[in-house]
Design a protein around this ligand. Structure first.
Ligand code: SAM
Length: 395
């Protein structure tokens, strides 16, 4: 394949993440041409997908458009797919998987669409090369994404393979862990860039603290992974890939200028978080404590304090949680003056128990649950002194 040919690239993400993904992509020097609920489009080359896959923190997949066409039934689909030069994309020695999403009266089953796609691809390669790739559900080799909406079809080479949220460091997930890409988006929403300290009580398996350390060190999350879909396509440039990984690695810092503190009441959570941080190569950057969130040591330098308490839908009982949320408000007032506080929760009734005024409320989705990232500006002194600023506290 011509890896320098510019095409449409669809970068997918979770619901609510598009604004943060757009900023990240913009910072990497690309112009966002259109955006959807769960993704954005840019124009770029397969060579660019190397950088995008390594650098992006909030994206799920980087998809390179191979073909777009109109189609009204499965036979037309087979013909259109079989007319594409797949022998230039997938070697017969590879393993292939197809992911389909269909919303069309032409077909009532996306599994059938994947089957038809796969048959057309392997038949074409077999005809041109004399042998064919094996295929199945695994996402470790060549992955093709297929969308069929009404009579329009899009076929993409999935240059990521497995989701980019699967960084590879979370060996021990503990209870209700946040997805890594969501944690990165929350930190971006909290304007964390490593130039301030970060405190993460109730850290669970440590996702927020680990993502914060990676951001603060300017360490590209993709450097933690050794396998991406793009490495399996014909035309992959291994020397350019190694050089880019080296260059990105050299750009990351070795030391943090500010402290990152993570704590949890559960010893097992801290054991899991430490192990995960070790796998991510940031265990020496994070101070871990086993303690109630109220006893978390606070650094001198002000910054961000962010908590993701249980919210009753999956874990914890609502009555006990009411007390916990009220105590978080007290903790902010008593110990976090000068910090910006954040609570990420899916239960707004519980959030009211915090008893403080929010300065921002941002919508996110944790799996299918609509959640909020609530921001509290925590000032010392009276409301009057702080000019009635939103979230100002009377201490
Ligand atoms: C929803 S989980 C956090 C998940 C985390 N964001 C992650 O990605 O793994 C909530 C955590 O709060 C902890 N926790 C509950 N009550 C606590 C308390 N009073 N003090 C400190 N931690 C507490 C639990 O042990 C649990 O690990």
């Amino acid at each position: 394949m011509d890896i320098d040919k510019t095409e449409t690239i669809l970068i997918t993400c979770g619901r609510g993440i598009v604004p943060y993904l757009s900023k990240e992509v913009g910072e990497l020097g690309y112009k966002v041409e259109s955006s959807h609920n769960t993704g954005i489009e840019i124009s770029a080359s397969l060579r660019d997908t190397m950088k995008l896959n390594l650098a992006l923190r909030t994206a799920y997949h980087v998809l390179y458009l191979l073909k777009k066409f109109s189609c009204n039934n499965p036979d037309e689909l087979y013909k259109e797919i079989a007319s594409f030069p797949w022998e230039d994309v997938v070697a017969p020695s590879e393993y292939l998987s197809v992911i389909s999403r269909t919303d069309t009266p032409a077909i009532n089953n996306s599994v059938f669409a994947s089957q038809k796609m796969k048959d057309a691809i392997v038949d074409r390669i077999s005809e041109k090369c004399g042998s064919r790739p094996s295929s199945g559900p695994g996402k470790d080799n060549v992955v093709i994404n297929f969308y069929w909406k009404d009579d329009k079809c899009w076929v993409y080479l999935n240059t990521s393979g497995k989701k980019l949220s699967d960084r590879g460091y979370r060996k021990i997930p503990h209870k209700a862990p946040l997805q890594e890409t969501l944690a990165a988006a929350l930190l971006r929403a909290a304007r964390f860039d490593g130039s301030q300290s970060l405190v993460n009580p109730m850290c669970g398996s440590g996702t927020l603290a680990i993502e914060a350390a990676l951001i603060a060190l300017k360490r590209a999350p993709g450097l933690l992974r050794n396998n991406f879909g793009l490495q399996h396509m014909i035309g992959f440039d291994p020397l350019a890939w190694i050089a880019l990984r080296k260059e990105m690695n050299a750009r990351s810092s070795k030391k943090l200028p500010f402290r990152i503190i993570a704590s949890d009441i559960d010893k097992k959570a801290i054991q899991a978080a430490k192990k995960n941080a070790q796998t991510a190569g940031v265990e020496r950057m994070i101070e871990f404590y086993v303690c109630d969130f109220k006893d978390t040591p606070m650094p001198e330098e002000k910054g961000i304090v962010i908590l993701n308490p249980e919210y009753g839908l999956r874990l914890g009982s609502a009555e006990e949680l009411e007390k916990t949320y009220k105590s978080i408000g007290d903790f902010f007032k008593n110990k976090c003056s000068g910090f910006t506080g954040y609570i990420f929760t899916g239960n707004m009734a519980l959030a009211k128990k915090v008893g403080l005024r929010t300065s921002r409320r941002l919508i996110f989705f944790n799996a299918k649950i609509e959640c909020r990232l609530l921001e509290y500006e925590i000032y010392a002194g009276s409301k009057e002194k702080n000019g009635n600023a939103p979230g100002a506290l009377e201490l």
